[in-house]
Design a protein around this ligand. Structure first.
Ligand SMILES: C[S@@+](CC[C@H](N)C(=O)[O-])C[C@H]1O[C@@H](n2cnc3c(N)ncnc32)[C@H](O)[C@@H]1O
Length: 276
């Protein structure tokens, strides 16, 4: 395999140079490895194994994915049928599309990601449903206006009706100097009343040493990481109406029978809130 695989550039956007570099780990491929997926290279596996030495990051991935599934099911059951999943990742069970479509067969799902491998999957399935079941476009949460102006996003989602905006396990890859709070505000300003924000991210509140060591393992990857406190994560929801129980450890958000004893130890907070 060559070191760097150029992709056909029929999608616009900054896709880390539109190159897949198998020698540098990326969050999407590390996450795929942790979830038992197939889309990863030795560098991703090495970074994941390094992180596993410090923290049970495989449990983080499982618990986070289950949170995503429960929140999407909840929102679909309460009437939302449009989903903008930013940082959608590689295909894996429990996805936004699989879950939303199981409740609302008419649901529309647009995924956004800045990792070229996620787009390569979508491109390979052009003209047929992507493996995730979502329409996937190139985009970067650090440039929310470009996501909102993307014709494929506009064509697929009706912004005059409520949209669920998902930022699940993505904002810990956006450092403060890249203004993640401004990005969330821009996105939520653009959607109709009744829209929802679903957000989860890693915290150091529960295990500062483990998170520090894991951040070091991710430092070998393509991105920097930003862990945040409960207060800082709650601030993403400013101006929105929290859905009970608010911003909590992921396993405490509407737990079902798949939540395992010990999942409470996972150092991530998440929540859902509605635009008034
Ligand atoms: C840990 S995965 C989470 C996948 C999925 N949201 C979930 O929770 O199951 C993080 C995803 O966010 C994407 N990502 C990281 N930084 C991003 C950015 N600045 N803009 C868009 N996507 C980003 C990564 O490529 C990866 O696919």
């Amino acid at each position: 395999m060559p070191d760097v695989q150029p992709l056909n550039s029929d999608l616009n956007g900054d896709l880390n140079g539109d190159l897949i570099d198998p020698t540098v780990a990326t969050p999407a491929r590390i996450y795929s490895y942790l979830l038992g997926g197939e889309d990863h290279f030795p560098a991703d596996r090495a970074a994941a194994e390094k992180a596993l030495e410090a923290m049970p990051v495989r449990d983080f991935a499982r618990v986070n994915r289950a949170f995503l599934t429960r929140t999407v099911r909840h929102l679909a059951e309460t009437g939302l049928d449009q989903f903008l999943d930013i940082g959608i990742g590689l295909p894996a069970p429990g996805s936004t599309a699989e879950t939303a479509l199981s409740v609302r067969p008419d649901a529309r799902i647009v995924g956004v990601d800045n990792d070229p491998i996620v787009l390569a999957h979508a491109r390979a399935h052009r003209g047929e449903p992507a493996p995730s079941g979502a329409t996937i476009v190139a985009g970067d949460v650090r440039r929310p206006a470009e996501i909102l102006e993307n014709p494929e996003v506009r064509g697929r989602l009706d912004f005059d009706r409520p949209v669920a905006v998902l930022l699940v396990a993505v904002l810990h890859f956006v450092v403060d100097e890249d203004d993640p709070y401004g990005a969330v505000r821009t996105l939520m300003d653009a959607v109709a009343p009744g829209s929802a924000l679903v957000l989860s991210q890693v915290t150091a509140d529960l295990d500062p040493d483990g998170v520090g060591a894991t951040a070091k393992a991710y430092a070998r990857s393509s991105v920097r990481t930003a862990v945040r406190s409960h207060k800082e994560i709650s601030a993403f929801f400013d101006g929105l109406e929290p859905v009970a129980p608010g911003v909590v450890r992921l396993s405490q958000w509407h737990p079902d029978e798949q939540v395992l004893a010990g999942d409470d130890r996972i150092g991530m907070y998440g929540g859902v809130a509605l635009k008034p």
